[in-house]
Design a protein around this ligand. Structure first.
Ligand code: PEP
Length: 253
């Protein structure tokens, strides 16, 4: 009932040509888009090139911006607004990524502003949440994640939340080679779904996809995807290698 979604977050790693080459490598392979949905998040400079290549090839691959401004327009040097991202070809935006939260100091309130703006403008949202290691060790990880989720979705109505995908990304697992066990991921995903059900009712909550992110690789994706509430993955490092990313997309084979 929930179609799996595998999304690659390329972060600030590839130039325009490298991004285009990478997406062309994905497009060269016959992916079963009816079984698994695929998306990529290039940097802003590469976004329109990647989106155009995907459009030209007629592939149903989603394209995400890695961020947007909370402002609609104006004197905000260095920022990219929602219209710019969408005109460049983004259908989705990743918000609340732990790197935005920790390196750039984005607060829950700011993330919520961006979430509401994106949804108002019909840009789909991947909302990232996740605890740091100390919070897991202190046993407050679920509380922390649900707090972030509640804050991120504040004011998001039932008719809009269908355009949100949640990504649970334990910060201690991002880019570290450490992955949450499938059981730990499932426990958190189930808690997230229960929380969404309290906010929006079970019918809506059961349709919302919850991705896992944090050192997903070809050799651990299969076990994660066997879990009931793991609906896909947000992949950083391994999405930069076409062979690895294709293996992750084809996890079910
Ligand atoms: C991420 O940054 O969203 C991520 C999950 O990265 P990695 O797969 O490299 O841990």
């Amino acid at each position: 009932m929930r179609k799996p979604l595998i999304y690659g977050n390329w972060k600030m790693n590839l130039d325009v040509k490298q991004s285009d080459d990478l997406v062309r490598s994905l497009l060269a392979v016959k992916l079963e888009h009816n079984v698994v949905e695929v998306g990529v998040a290039p940097d802003f400079c590469s976004l329109s090139t990647v989106a155009k290549t995907i459009r030209d090839m007629g592939a149903p691959i989603s394209v995400a911006a890695q961020n947007i401004s909370q402002h609609e327009k104006g004197a905000f040097t260095g920022e990219v607004n929602v219209d710019m991202a969408m005109t460049a070809g983004a259908d989705t935006v990743i918000l609340g990524h732990s790197e935005r939260r920790t390196v750039f100091g984005e607060s829950d309130e700011l993330i919520n502003e961006k979430v509401r703006l994106a949804l108002r403008c019909r840009l789909n949202v991947i909302l990232c949440v996740g605890e740091i290691l100390g919070e897991r060790e202190a046993g407050v990880h679920t509380e922390k994640v649900l707090y972030q989720l509640g804050m991120g979705l504040k004011g998001v109505t039932t008719d809009r939340v269908g355009n949100v995908v949640v990504a649970y990304e334990p910060v201690w697992a991002i880019g570290t080679g450490k992955t949450a066990t499938p059981a730990d991921a499932e426990e958190m995903h189930a808690a997230i779904r229960k929380f969404l059900s309290r906010l929006y009712g079970p019918v809506v909550a059961n349709k919302i996809r919850i991705l896992y992110g944090g050192s997903v690789k070809p050799d651990n994706i299969g076990a994660l995807m066997l879990r009931e509430n793991v609906d896909g993955a947000l992949v950083g490092g391994a999405s930069l290698n076409a062979d690895d990313f294709i293996k992750i997309i084809n996890y079910y084979k």
